[in-house]
Design a binder for this molecule. Sequence first.
Ligand code: FES
Ligand code: FES
Length: 155
Amino acid sequence: MNVRFTLNGKDVESETRDNRPLLDLLRVDLGVTSVKKGCEYGECGACTVLLDEVPVTSCLVLAPQVEGKTVTTIDGLVDDPLMEKLRQAFLEDGAIQCGFCTPGMLLTAYALLKENPNPTELEVKKAIEGNICRCTGYVLIIKAILDAAERVLAE
Ligand code: FES
Ligand code: FES
């Protein structure tokens, strides 16, 4: 079967199977390696993408489910001002170590700040509860998301 969707602002069409995970469609078939493959059962959040602007774990979405929809990875937000603020805050606050969780974490944080530009610490914690980081201990990630929110509000 063929699946057609919008990936990072571009229309794409790819031959695939009914049961192919979106994660493999993106990474293997379309070469979008910023989407990370971790647990493959919806527990780690490394494979997070935005599906019609909502964060989803792409290992649990099947290729046919994105037909006609919009998929966004960090590659599609290179010029986005909010994502730029998040990237800067992650860098300056030291919220990145190995970086494996970072694309998924950034996309989850991006979706949170789009919906709620002034989150509490608890709301940040709840938003990222599906994104596991094995390195940082989360404190600096939470700080970076709150700092990015502050920068948005200060504009
Ligand atoms: S690889 Fe999808 S949640 Fe871990
Ligand atoms: S920085 Fe290594 S998993 Fe988060």
